[in-house]
Ligand binder design. Structure first.
Ligand code: ZN
Length: 235
């Protein structure tokens, strides 16, 4: 079990995309000029809402999303695209009463901190995770194109640094990133073309079964208490 936890899990190819927007909040950003604070004007108000719920069973998980920028300054994931992605993933995960909220969004040219825009996932994943990992939020890093057919990786609970890395082509896909968040929450692959944890992601791979929900929720309580917000964190 422990040895499996050390193995980064990865997916290959094929996806579809789609869906609406989500919400988040930000805090203690003064020390980091690369972290954007939410616009306080009324039109940005929804940005402050969150997945915290009066339902004590909801696991509301804080997210930090880092988007790499290419040399022209174009981010793999824009902030608006990140919010949309999270809303779409929340649709997938709501069957488990698990939801995510954006708390920090950072867009930067990775070379400015000594990291490659197009990483080799075997060589670079841990250094990227270690650079951005925080102990109270799940981490998603949208990187440039990779050098092989892997499209996303996640570290299972048990041995950090933690974080999902997803290559640019799939960074907006809620089934790809949602699948990786499944690994984050202790789920392994399942052979089922309608399940989120199928190793090949396609237009129908969005399902989660009750046994998977139970594992994810148990994992969250065991490993990710610091990531949980609201009343769900107290149970
Ligand atoms: Zn996987």
């Amino acid at each position: 079990m422990r040895s499996l936890a050390l193995i980064p899990l990865f997916l290959f190819l094929i996806l579809s995309g789609c869906g609406p927007g989500a919400n988040g909040l930000s805090s203690s950003t003064q020390d980091d000029p690369q972290v954007r604070t939410p616009n306080p004007n009324p039109s940005a108000q929804t940005y402050f809402s969150s997945c915290e719920s009066n339902d004590p069973e909801v696991h509301c998980i804080g997210l930090k999303v880092v988007s790499f920028e290419n040399q022209s300054g174009n981010p793999v994931l824009k902030e608006s695209e990140t919010l949309k992605l999270i809303a779409e993933m929340n649709e997938v995960w709501k069957t488990c009463k698990v939801a995510f909220q954006l708390e920090k969004f950072q867009s930067l040219q990775p070379e400015s901190v000594g990291l490659p825009y197009s990483p080799d996932w075997k060589r670079d994943s841990d250094s990227i995770r270690a650079h951005f990992d925080e102990d109270n939020r799940f981490l998603i890093v949208a990187v440039g194109p990779w050098t092989n057919s892997t499209i996303a990786v996640a570290q299972m609970p048990g041995n950090g640094p933690y974080g999902v890395l997803v290559s640019e082509k799939y960074a907006k896909n809620p089934y790809t990133v949602g699948h990786e968040l499944g690994h984050y929450q202790g789920l392994y692959h399942l052979r089922n073309k309608k399940n989120l944890m199928n190793s090949y992601i396609g237009p129908l791979t969005s399902g989660l079964g009750s046994a998977q929900c139970a594992i994810a929720r148990r994992t969250n309580l065991r490993y990710w208490q610091k990531m949980l917000r609201g009343r769900g964190a107290l149970l």
